[in-house]
Design a protein around this ligand. Structure first.
Ligand code: LLP
Length: 448
């Protein structure tokens, strides 16, 4: 029998949960002797002093660690970082330096990846409605792969390519991961890709193969977001290999690449489910073994496109408390200086977040509150019914965990509020990656 620390110190079993649970807070999170929340060895109070609030903070070490974990867990696969989750020049550079390729889905994201020095051959171009101009930009810089999503794109790209352009065709494998529309993208009844239930996919394949300058190298599918059961990816692989075998039978072409998309689930609250990427590696391997044996098909290169699983936990949002309102028997509202303009995910998806007091540690009583934003809308909430110290008051700083993905990238100017800056922290230093948007920035677009 092995003796664990909990056997020797039974009180461990009853220990209070950590103040900053490692499942949701960045890798380098700790509390200093003054009780201040620190990330990358920088107290967040210093960030608030220098850059004001609201501010996105990103832990470079956490981002790099997640990227590296993918490379070691999925050794035989190519890892493509989904830039839509969070992309700035520095972030694209981190991905590149960690050996990841980058997926972009607009001319803007493409430009950022290029400025960051991502080799064009390691860029994957996505989008269900790419414009002719975007496709032209992709061809001009020589992006490695374009994922085709519609017939018109095939025609545009064939006309634009003046040398062989490697392409994949996006297919919907009809896998319903949660029965939830907003996050399920691999089913037949939505806008992405070509379906398998009719002639659409076969027709797209024939069209691409007929174009001398389009080189069809593989298929792509993306089954949705926040997938926590790796078996769904196994099922996707089995279905997609069958399609690849069918393409071989019809056209005598062997596709060598299978991109199974991203959507790897992460917890936003401690104890929430998460996709285990070591398990995913096994599932991929087993599914390939079985499907390739059944179809006598050579193993394709597997490509995965995680975004959130690399960028979400690296980020926190820092807010200042503006007001606290309560009435007997009613809810307590803690209003902060940001809201749905920097975090639209609560009103869009009903997302739940972990919130902590960042400027001090309070050992006193705690109470349940709803953290609300500053926008003119009742649904402008950050977190409902969360526990905070009862003495939380205007001027306090709150940090919200797991805001690295789809926050900076989805921020808006609602109520003409400037978007927050993005500050990277590492080894005791804070570096401004994106500056705050000012009223002058906003006015500069308004032609009067
Ligand atoms: N590949 C493709 C083709 C995708 O469409 C997406 C996400 C990804 C990869 C990366 O998915 P991830 O690993 O980050 O889950 N705004 C929503 C998420 C939309 C995801 C769209 N596509 C949210 O805030 O939850």
């Amino acid at each position: 029998m092995t003796t664990t620390l909990a056997d020797v110190l039974p009180s461990l079993g009853y220990a209070a949960p950590p103040r900053f649970h490692p499942a949701v807070w960045p890798l380098t999170t700790h509390s200093d002797e003054e009780g201040r929340l620190c990330i990358g060895d920088v107290p967040l109070t210093d960030i608030a002093d220098e850059f004001r609030t609201p501010t996105y903070v990103i832990d470079e070490a956490d981002f790099r660690y997640r990227a590296r974990r993918y490379r070691t867990a999925l050794r035989d696969a190519e890892i493509v970082y989904a830039g839509k989750s969070l992309l700035t020049v520095a972030v694209a550079r981190w991905a590149r330096e960690e050996g990841l390729a980058v997926d972009v889905c607009s001319a803007g994201e493409l430009a950022i990846a290029l400025v960051a020095g991502v080799e064009p051959g390691r860029i994957v171009m996505h989008g269900n409605a790419k414009s002719h101009d975007e496709l032209r930009a992709a061809v001009r810089v020589g992006v490695g792969r374009v994922v085709l999503d519609s017939c018109i794109e095939i025609a545009y790209l064939a006309g634009l390519a003046d040398r062989p352009q490697r392409v994949l065709i996006r297919v919907t494998p009809d896998i319903d991961i949660h029965g939830h529309r907003a996050v399920t993208t691999g089913t037949t009844d939505q806008k992405f890709g070509f379906t398998l239930d009719g002639p659409q996919t076969a027709d797209a394949v024939a069209r691409v193969l007929a174009q001398p300058n389009l080189r069809l190298i593989g298929l792509h599918c993306h089954i949705g977001s926040q997938v926590t059961d790796p078996a769904h990816y196994g099922e996707a692989i089995r279905r997609m290999i069958a399609v690849m075998a069918d393409i071989r039978a019809r056209h005598g072409v062997i596709l060598t690449e299978l991109n199974i998309g991203g959507g790897h689930g992460i917890p936003y609250l401690a104890g929430g489910p998460e996709l285990d990427i070591d398990e995913l590696a096994h599932v991929i391997d087993d599914a390939l073994d079985v499907a390739c044996a059944v179809e006598r098909f050579p193993r394709p290169l597997i490509v995965v496109e995680p975004g959130r699983a690399i960028s979400a936990r690296a980020g926190v949002t820092l807010y200042q408390v503006c007001s606290v309102k309560s009435r007997p028997g009613g809810p307590t509202f803690v209003a902060v200086d940001g809201g749905m303009s920097d975090n639209p995910r609560v009103s869009l998806y009903g997302a739940k977040y972990t919130v902590a007091l960042a400027n001090r540690h309070s050992l006193g009583e705690r109470r349940r509150v709803t953290v609300v934003g500053r926008h003119c809308e009742a649904g402008d909430e950050i977190a409902r019914n969360v526990e905070l110290p009862a003495d939380v008051h205007p001027g306090d700083l709150l940090a919200v965990a797991c805001t690295g993905a789809y926050h900076h990238s989805m921020a808006s100017n609602y109520n003409m509020v400037g978007r927050p800056p993005l500050i990277a922290v590492a080894d005791g230093r804070a570096r401004e990656l994106v500056r705050r948007e000012t009223v002058a920035d906003l006015l500069s677009r308004d032609r009067g």
